[in-house]
Design a binder for this molecule. Structure first.
Ligand code: ZN
Length: 67
């Protein structure tokens, strides 16, 4: 464990392996569910459509689509 700056908000936090603090991780998790639910219902949606409909940051969507 070591002190790291959160990737997202820049706050210092104690990291095991993650690059985001707890509150940002939870936010990302919420966004992840939003995107996954939307894509399940709209399998042919484009990045921009997902972004417009979910309000999740493009960067987050891109990361999810790569996974
Ligand atoms: Zn953070």
């Amino acid at each position: 464990m070591s002190l790291c700056n959160c990737d997202k908000c820049g706050r210092l936090f104690l990291a095991k392996w993650e690059s985001r603090c707890t509150s940002c991780s939870q936010l990302v998790l919420k966004d992840t569910h939003k995107v996954k639910d939307f894509v399940r219902e709209h399998p042919r949606a484009t990045l921009i459509e997902i972004y417009n409909m979910t309000g999740v940051p493009l960067q987050t969507i891109k990361e999810l689509m790569r996974a």
